[in-house]
Design a protein around this ligand. Sequence first.
Ligand code: FES
Length: 159
Amino acid sequence: MSPVAQAGRAPQAASAAAKRPAHDTPATSRTIVAFCCRECAYAAADASANARTPLPATVRLVLMPCTGRVSPLHLLEALAGGADGAMVAGCLEGECHYREGNFNAIDRVLFVQRLLDSVGVEPERVRMFTMSAGEPPKFVAAVREMDRTIGDLPPLARS
Ligand code: FES
């Protein structure tokens, strides 16, 4: 399994989500922060906007020079600051304009997923996606997938 596929899924099959009670907060009130590499994901987002492809209203885009600049603290602060999920969207594996920034991002996403899991928070709240600038539909699909995932989870408790 590729590192992106690993970072894109929960590290453990039995997530904490299954143990939580049903929730009644509408999924549309959730917030997802998407850290997007300028070279690919943000360009794909831009192209999808130009094509007037609607994105879920839950997503907030953050322009990054490269996913290698996304630190675990960015992801954790997004969750602590009110987001219900955070995604990192970068160039395809082997295509990072800064050589290995996306590989570093994959490692950091996996680290944060393990950290969340260790404290009883659903690890799937943080995910990694890759795409090229010429794949706006892939970006839209990633955001919609993240939106579905977060919509199926209860609101993130911050006690
Ligand atoms: Fe896109 Fe590094 S430049 S992930």
